[in-house]
Design a protein. Structure first.
Length: 156
């Protein structure tokens, strides 16, 4: 996401799959991760401060990503996938990606995908629970900070 231009400079024929989640989920998840890492190295981790740092960082990065993407004009080499669609129908999304890029997808490969999914169900190793509120954040703040990206998501 942060190096889209550089990827296309080095690999001009690259095909990019971008998975999108609502920013509320992204911010809660990344803030939880960063706050956990901070707590390993500090006796004074402030999850509210980390929440504000992460929402600022990621809202800027998402906006820069969308601007860069627009300037590149490589839409035929990019496919957008909603994370929720992938979770609910992994093989269907895989087929859609292969079709989008006009790539062959054998029945054998599709069966290997299905087998992997069966062996690795969601939450196989447990569930990590967190919320925006854990970090002093809320839906309105996320909606305000990510308005540009949320508008983009509505078009998918």
């Amino acid at each position: 996401m942060m190096r889209l231009q550089e990827i296309f400079e080095v690999y001009p024929d690259a095909r990019i799959i971008i998975t999108h989640r609502h920013p509320s989920n992204v911010i809660a998840s990344t803030t939880s991760l960063i706050s956990s890492v901070h707590s390993l190295y500090s006796d004074h981790e402030d999850p509210y401060r980390t929440g504000m740092e992460q929402i600022e960082l990621w809202s800027n990065l998402f906006n820069e990503f969308l601007e860069t993407r627009k300037k590149l004009g490589k839409e035929d080499q990019i496919i957008d996938v909603k994370f929720d669609d992938f979770v609910s129908d992994q093989t269907g999304v895989a087929k859609h990606i292969y079709d989008h890029f006009n790539l062959p997808l054998s029945e054998d490969t599709l069966n290997k995908f299905k087998r992997f999914i069966e062996l690795n169900p969601k939450d196989k190793k447990g569930v990590h629970k967190y919320s925006l509120q854990d970090f002093g954040l809320d839906e309105k703040l996320v909606s305000d900070k990510f308005a540009f990206y949320i508008d983009f998501l509505k078009q998918l």
